[in-house]
Design a protein around this ligand. Structure first.
Ligand SMILES: [Zn+2]
Length: 49
């Protein structure tokens, strides 16, 4: 499950863009940007799923 950082909608689709508001969590480097403070850690994305 993914959670939109913009509207907090919860959705379960393969795409990362939010079906509710269209928000796409990609930063300027082109990486998915859910947790800017945790991206340097190997388990930084674990809490999302
Ligand atoms: Zn959204």
């Amino acid at each position: 499950m993914k959670i939109c950082l913009s509207c907090n909608a919860r959705f379960n689709i393969s795409e990362w863009n939010c079906p509710e508001c269209g928000f796409i969590p990609i930063n300027k480097e082109g990486y998915l940007c859910f947790a800017p403070d945790l991206t340097k850690e190997s388990e930084g994305f674990k809490y999302i799923f």
